[in-house]
Design a binder for this molecule. Structure first.
Ligand SMILES: [Mn+2]
Length: 237
């Protein structure tokens, strides 16, 4: 049994993702951590991928800032009438505006379609996201790993994980020089590795204390799959 991690699929096609899993030799006995941002930006907005992920017993999903933006916009999926639109608060409008500016359009449209065609499936999806964790931890071949979407803003080794604000776990953009725990490798996505320089474009970055596996599927680059047992890297097409 092996343990794998990926992140930031952002509407990457499901068939291509299944191809990546099979290229990496991923099987039923293996475990996959998905570090958020399955939705938004490309394709069908990641709705079919998210529904697939929900149905896999050996997948563990960690919340991304994009799923959190969707949860903050759940008011969109009620009965919307002319009257209820005028009932929206300034905060609702801010949340909606932010999600749309971050590529939520196709996701919102496909979720509305799902709500209309199969409302139990829609409510299951929203419930799944509401119950998703902001971080997870695992030990693989004697090495300890912490999984989080963005990073650990204002990191201190003494600070308990539950004392970080959700925003600080989901939106943080670590610098190459940032160091986290000495005895636990922190794995995250959220910041496409090309943001650290052209030489990192499309490649996983490993430092002494952390690993960034977001290779930029938001911008159409292939996502990565990292096998934690031996740190072997696999890339999509
Ligand atoms: Mn993100």
């Amino acid at each position: 049994m092996s343990t794998y991690v990926t992140s930031d699929l952002h509407g990457y096609p499901l068939d291509k993702f299944l191809g990546l899993l099979s290229k990496a030799g991923f099987g039923e006995a293996d475990m996959l951590y998905i570090l958020g941002d399955v939705i938004d930006r490309n394709g069908d907005g990641g709705v079919s991928m998210l529904r697939y992920i929900m149905g896999q017993p050996n997948f563990e999903f960690v919340l991304g800032n994009h799923e959190d933006m969707l949860l903050n916009c759940s008011f969109l999926f009620g009965e919307v009438t002319d009257e209820s639109i005028s009932e929206l608060s300034a905060e609702d409008i801010r949340h909606y505006d932010r999600w749309m500016r971050n590529g939520g359009g196709a996701t919102a449209a496909n979720l509305r379609k799902l709500l209309k065609e199969d409302s139990p499936a829609f409510f299951d999806l929203m419930q799944f996201l509401r119950e998703s964790r902001a971080y997870a931890a695992d030990t693989v071949k004697g090495r300890d790993f912490l999984f989080v979407h963005g990073g650990l803003k204002d990191f201190s080794p003494e600070k308990k994980l539950k004392d970080y604000l959700l925003h600080d776990l989901l939106w943080e953009r670590p610098k190459l020089t940032d160091e986290y725990f000495g005895d636990v490798i922190t794995v995250f996505g959220h910041t496409p590795t090309l943001c650290y320089g052209e030489e990192y474009r499309g490649r996983i970055i490993r430092t002494r204390t952390w690993i960034n596996v977001d290779t930029g599927a938001a911008d159409g680059l292939p996502p990565a799959l990292l096998r934690l047992d031996d740190l072997e890297e696999f890339y999509g097409d």
